[in-house]
Design a protein around this ligand. Structure first.
Ligand code: OOG
Length: 265
């Protein structure tokens, strides 16, 4: 796509307006079918800068997406994706989500890393991630694609900051080396009914492998992880849709549970 900067900013505003108006929109590759992944990351960067400026929010960390083989196969891709988490995306277990601020949200169970040091470089490994992370914590990520029917191509979803909307962290912080992260089991329920199960190995074999991949990918753009960043390493199972008055609980071996509730408030 040979888009001018003006078109770029129009696309950024198009996606940000969809988010603030809580309205789904037609995916951008319908108009720009040749949009490449690299251009999509440029759009994502511009979108994050614009969103931070508009909402006076700060960087909270990074999220990964499409880290499971099942999801990659579903999308016909062989690569994960990353996006940015901002401070106003952080929600709390004790504070129900405002359902009317979300388009068609889904919950994903994830293992979050809290970074104790900066981490950068194209040769960073999973062991480096384990060393640089201070804690791991149970998390639920709320994804809420701005695109109609949650359908998109890879460049579309990258430009839309990988469907990021909200995240909720559990309250048990554990040192990463204290757990066998690949073998952590997880059960997620909705209103008391079991919906899905998964294991840490669903995330590119090991959640720290996924984070290492993100660090390498960020290095291509001269970026990396920063001390204090929260990193959502990718879903352990499929995403579960929820509506107002629903309660979702994800229970992880060794990490305890994390709860999402939603109200029309
Ligand atoms: C893209 C983001 C998915 C994950 O962990 O796979 C994601 C989407 O399906 O909307 O966050």
């Amino acid at each position: 796509m040979t888009v001018t900067n003006k078109t770029n900013m129009d696309l950024v505003d198009y996606l940000l307006k969809a988010e603030s108006d809580v309205t789904e929109v037609v995916k951008i590759t319908d108009q720009y079918p040749e949009l490449s992944i690299e251009e999509a990351y440029d759009l994502q960067k511009a979108l994050i800068e614009r969103r931070m400026e508009k909402t006076q929010t700060k960087r909270l960390g990074i999220k990964l997406g499409l880290t499971s083989k099942a999801k990659q196969e579903m999308m016909g891709v062989h690569e994960a994706i990353y996006g940015y988490l901002l401070s106003d995306m952080l929600a709390f277990e004790w504070e129900p989500l405002q359902q009317h601020r979300l388009i068609h949200p889904k919950a994903e169970p994830e293992i979050a890393f809290i970074m104790g040091e900066d981490l950068m470089g194209s040769d960073v490994t999973a062991s480096d991630v384990m060393r640089a992370a201070k804690y791991v914590v149970a998390a639920i990520e709320v994804i809420d694609s701005r695109y109609k029917d949650f359908r998109f191509t890879l460049p579309d979803v990258v430009a839309d900051n990988c469907s990021s909307a909200k995240l909720i962290l559990g309250s048990k912080l554990v040192r990463p080396e204290e757990l066998d992260l690949a073998n952590i089991g997880m059960v997620m329920s909705k209103n008391g009914e079991m919906m899905t199960t998964g294991a840490g190995s669903a995330v590119l074999g090991h959640p720290a492998e996924a984070v290492a991949w993100a660090v390498q990918k960020l290095a291509e753009r001269g970026e990396g992880l920063l001390k204090g960043d929260i990193v959502l390493s990718g879903a352990l199972s499929e995403a579960i849709a929820f509506d107002m008055d629903d309660t979702i609980v994800a229970q992880f071996d060794g990490l305890g549970s994390v709860t999402l509730s939603s109200r029309y408030v």
